[in-house]
Design a protein around this ligand. Structure first.
Ligand code: ATP
Ligand code: MG
Length: 593
């Protein structure tokens, strides 16, 4: 299996209940007798195959109705890393049983996102990329078999009647008047449904289980509904579509899945999952041993919404520029913002797998990002809020028209990565906040009379400033102190309290820098109106001056701008002649918990 990121071969760091389940199954040989014909299929198909070479099979089963988000990254990591660790295979399955909301654009986007995270769905030369809609034929055959066995019936009650007769937690349901029709009659009706003889909503196929079950999901759940709709894969072949709760267990079984991992909302569906698969296996349609469902707590991240519906709303209402807006918690958004697959994986590992839900603070994502980028990112100086500093004695001390070569390590802890070079000249850009005419106590930067080092350059003494009519500083002046160049003998002879970053006006790279912050101002958005919960300062665009070593940076290249944080060349808009950088996150946590 090709793994582009070396660390994908490392084992999940912590133990969790799913690993215990898998280890127990491997030890007991629960799935040792499975056969696999190389493709998904029914009992007869698999029986003709070889012993399954995959010790376990998991799957990541997204519905292609939007772009994946950080919550999906958790599920992807879990399913793919467990399969990898235990000699198994993880399938990428598009759960595309719902005709109306699904599109090819999303199918492509999902595959690309899983790929970007570093996972592959091929094993032994076989692509385990599947579409639930390719199983419609089997699902239909299974439904006819259930009808034949008296385990399913066509119900012609109205949706309102069905709802009323379902009962509730304290009240058992009431049998439908259609529940006791003969198998022949049900079969005839079901075929009429399939043949398009009835309008949407006229009737449904239901499992015949128990209308008095304490688990409402077992009160004759619907299996098929009529929907005269085009499907992105099957076109107009079908006008009846399986319900998710019917389709999903069958998809798992046809693919020889052993451990079907889902989020806790599906816990109450597990009895039906087992009921259905046991019946279909009993009818000889599905191979045994059957898959089992396991639930874990979904990832909830503060300051973020993880629901495709709400994310779509943000896009459609114009609060963001698209699914890939760098403030979006979608994988395309996080990627464009500059988050790395390795950081997301680290975050998933650290957030653990449990049965108890809860919220994870967003800062954990940034901690993982910094842990990943700190050793990787090349350093550079950048001035994001520039004001000009003029060195008034440049011509006497250095010489008119001259510049002075300076250098700095590409990475302070990795001398082998070499040095970056830039030059100091008679004027430089500095951060506006690095000068104050009347500073508070303890201010160690430029103020008239103060002596400060220009990082990697000379020591300067501030002599004054110029301001406009409104009192805004338009220029700062200083004198360069000779023989104080960093790295030269005697450079420390003049003591300074402050060191400031700068970029030469003559060789600076002018760039658009997009300063992103959290999209939402409230820790648990989605409870009220999304629009009211937005952070009004989530995006600020500035014209910045960057160290010339950043010239020619390729899209997606990530840097640490000294003192500012981590930045990435925007993968969409960045050009050599019009550079655009996104702020990923700061050097330290800025948001108090
Ligand atoms: P959404 O509500 O955003 O559409 P979903 O669960 O309906 O999410 P699917 O495409 O059906 O989206 O999900 C694919 C897989 O990802 C499922 O197995 C689902 O359980 C898992 N998943 C989705 N959201 C999360 C989350 N926040 N944490 C962990 N797993 C998740
Ligand atoms: Mg869904």
């Amino acid at each position: 299996m090709a793994a582009p990121h070396d660390d994908n071969t490392s084992k999940p760091s912590a133990s969790n209940f799913l690993r215990s389940v898998i280890e127990r199954d491997l030890e007991a040989g629960t799935y040792a007798s499975r056969r696999f014909a190389g493709t998904p299929g029914d009992a007869a198909h698999q029986a003709a195959g070889q012993p399954d070479p995959a010790k376990i099979r998991t799957r990541f089963p997204p519905e292609p109705n939007g772009y994946l988000h950080i919550g999906h990254a958790k599920s992807i990591w879990l399913n793919f890393s467990l399969a990898q660790e235990y000699g198994g295979v993880c399938h990428l399955r598009f759960d595309d049983t719902n005709p109306e909301k699904e599109e090819q654009e999303y199918v492509d986007g999902i595959a690309e996102a899983v790929h970007w995270l570093g996972w592959r769905w091929d094993a032994g030369g076989v692509e385990h990329r599947y579409y639930a809609s390719n199983y419609f034929e089997f699902m239909y055959r299974a439904a006819e078999a259930l009808i034949g066995a008296g385990l399913a019936y066509v119900d012609e009650q109205t949706p309102e009647q069905m709802r009323a007769n379902r009962g509730d937690f304290s009240k058992p349901g009431t049998d439908s008047p259609f529940r006791h029709r003969s198998a022949e009659e049900n079969l005839a009706r079901f075929r009429e449904m399939r043949d398009g003889k009835h309008p949407d909503g006229a009737m449904v196929l239901r499992a015949k289980i128990d209308m008095a079950s304490p688990n409402i999901n077992l009160r004759d759940p619907a299996l098929y509904r009529i929907k005269h709709a085009e499907h992105h894969n099957t076109g107009s072949t079908w006008c009846i579509y399986p319900m998710y709760t019917y389709a999903h267990p069958i998809e798992d079984a046809l693919e020889n899945i052993t451990h079907s991992i889902c989020t806790l909302e599906f816990e109450d569906q597990r009895p039906f999952y087992d009921w259905l698969l046991e019946r279909l296996a009993g009818l000889g349609l599905l191979a045994q041993p059957l898959p089992k469902q396991y639930e874990f707590a979904r990832l909830n991240l503060t300051y973020v919404v993880t629901s495709k519906r709400k994310l779509r709303q943000l896009v459609e209402d114009g609060h963001v520029t698209g699914w890939d807006d760098p403030r979006m918690p979608t994988l395309v958004g996080l990627r464009r913002r500059g988050y790395t697959p390795e950081a997301l994986k680290l975050f998933c590992e650290r957030s653990g797998v449990s049965k108890a839900g809860g919220w994870i603070d967003y800062s954990n994502l940034d901690i993982a990002l910094r842990d990943d980028l700190d050793p990787k990112a090349a350093r550079a100086m950048a001035v994001l809020d520039p004001v000009k500093l003029v060195l008034t004695n440049w011509d006497e001390v250095i010489g008119s028209g001259q510049t002075v070569a300076c250098d700095a390590p590409v990475h302070p802890a990795q001398p082998e990565r070499g040095r970056r070079t830039f030059t100091l000249g008679p004027s430089v850009w500095i951060e506006r906040e690095d000068f104050m005419a009347t500073p508070p106590k303890g201010y160690h930067r430029l103020t008239p009379g103060a002596v400060v080092r220009l990082k990697y350059g000379y020591v300067v003494r501030c002599t004054g400033h110029t301001a406009d009519a409104d009192g805004n500083v338009t220029e700062v002046q200083a004198e360069l102190i000779p023989d104080t160049k960093s790295g030269t003998p005697g450079a420390d002879s003049v003591k300074t309290k402050g060191v400031i970053s700068w970029v030469g006006t003559h060789d600076a790279l002018q760039a658009e820098v997009r300063l992103y912050d959290r999209l939402f101002a409230v820790p648990q958005p989605g409870e009220g109106t999304l629009a009211d919960e937005l952070n009004p300062n989530s995006k600020r665009v500035v014209t910045a001056y960057l160290e010339p070593s950043l010239r020619g940076a390729s899209p997606d290249a990530r840097f640490q701008f000294e003192r500012h944080g981590y930045f990435v060349a925007d993968r969409v808009d960045h050009r050599d002649d019009a550079p655009v950088f996104n702020k990923i996150t700061g050097l330290k946590e800025a948001w108090a918990k």
